[in-house]
Write a protein that binds this ligand. Sequence first.
Ligand SMILES: *[C@@H]1O[C@H](CO)[C@@H](O)[C@H](O)[C@H]1NC(C)=O
Ligand SMILES: *[C@@H]1O[C@H](CO)[C@@H](O)[C@H](O)[C@H]1NC(C)=O
Ligand SMILES: *[C@@H]1O[C@H](CO)[C@@H](O)[C@H](O)[C@H]1NC(C)=O
Ligand SMILES: *[C@@H]1O[C@H](CO)[C@@H](O)[C@H](O)[C@H]1NC(C)=O
Length: 489
Amino acid sequence: MLTRLLLASASFLAAWQLCGADVVDQQFVGGEQQVFNVPESVLPTTKYVVVLDASSMNTRLHLYDFAISPSGLPNYKSKKFFRPNDAGLYSYISSWPGPRNVTAGAESLRPLIEHAKKLIPAEVHPETLLVLRASEILHAHPAPWPQRLMQTIHSWLNKTENVPFKLLSDVAQIIERSDHLAYVWAGMNCVLNPEGNRDVAVITMSRFDTQVAFLPQVELSGYQAAPIQLGDKSYPLFRTSLPGTDTTRITSQILKSLVRNRTDEELEQGHMLASGNGVVPVVPNPCFARHNEQYVTLEPDVKVLLKDEDAPANDPVGPYIMSGKGLAEFELCAELVDEHMRRIPLFNETKAAIPPIPETSRVLLTGAFDAILEPALLSPEASLDASELHVTTVRKIADLARLFCLGAAARNSGYTQFLNAYNKLLEERKPSWCLDLTIVHRILVLGYGLDDSREVMFGQKVKGLETTDWTLGVALKAIMDERVEILRE
Ligand SMILES: *[C@@H]1O[C@H](CO)[C@@H](O)[C@H](O)[C@H]1NC(C)=O
Ligand SMILES: *[C@@H]1O[C@H](CO)[C@@H](O)[C@H](O)[C@H]1NC(C)=O
Ligand SMILES: *[C@@H]1O[C@H](CO)[C@@H](O)[C@H](O)[C@H]1NC(C)=O
Ligand SMILES: *[C@@H]1O[C@H](CO)[C@@H](O)[C@H](O)[C@H]1NC(C)=O
């Protein structure tokens, strides 16, 4: 009975299967086997998809190779990557150095197409899909240039003498930054959740914010879904951004607040150190490792969020010495971080609108999280299904933060392992690792409502793919959209 229920619920969840081998137990999979409603005979066994990523300084080629299972599920096999030395589409519609030339922009894709032609067996060129996605930064140029460029590219690609591959109707498009994470979600679920039964929630950190994308529990209505459409299927994703919750921003605000809070009295008490260029004030800081002092240079802040908003007098800049001596502690630091996060405009409201990440979901941290967590791991553990990813728990991140806050004063268990990890860090970053780890912990707990026992995965790569890569999601969408276009014809 129990088995039956479990299988039944697995088959229900498998409704969100994105790719991977066929689900074995057909009895319970039932109708879900016909996910794509495409006659078997139409499906190839190997499918190539070329994604041209024009989101960076140059246009890159991502070539995906999928095995198509008998029931039509694409199974990610491998990927090839190529980055030529071109100037990037952006430069062809820039007024400087100019002149703008959209034809030359389209022509700039030729080396990429030639490269793809060599990588893909000639007999499958006609059924190989090609899509180009450009970044919304193109919109920084005045109309009509971005549109004209995309139209010219579309026409250029749609000439068989230029491109021997198959194009879908939306072959060349500009995508929004906010859509990237939905494609990362699709790609990572394809790789890490091939059976579609344990959603992988993705939380990423950039220089501006953190963002989340996951499938909430279906019975929870009332949240703002931002579905992603792949072929005839709409995946009811929840996604949102928590602006300002990145380590750089939070760090700068906490340091400034600490400087501001120092009383004149404290200054007079001679908390100064002689340095090469005069005297630098020492600022007690509960978030910098306890055994250490560290120079920091505070840069002017565009908007001073605390106290008087517009008073430059309240925006301390220049050199300070941050000292965690006799003070630094994870719990104190966490309070400070929480207080600052709560003051970020819209933080409370946005956070309140995030539905719980289901207990059954696994959590993948991508982007800037990895650079903070990975070097701090005392005894890296590899996950079972993806050797390149690390697995830890939210509690263990707090434990690490606790150790790094105490710094060399942490003479307790794990000290030797801690020293091994600590000694490998960049000298100037050592004292601030306490703050970075604390911020990561508070983002997960306060921002995204994860509890201490929650497991999180992180790492730069999985199965050869960057965990921030959105192009696999775009390739999957192309495969599924093609089927819808075939059925329409
Ligand atoms: C634009 O580029 C094309 C192809 O590179 C070139 O043939 C054409 O002369 C250029 N047009 C202008 C106005 O520079
Ligand atoms: C390519 O051009 C042909 C002929 O004009 C047209 O029928 C087809 O829809 C075009 N394909 C795309 C993807 O625009
Ligand atoms: C600065 O002082 C305010 C008001 O007393 C307090 O709420 C805040 O936590 C202090 N900030 C820091 C960084 O200590
Ligand atoms: C957010 O909520 C906290 C309490 O949960 C409160 O102290 C803080 O003032 C709120 N922030 C804003 C900007 O409303």
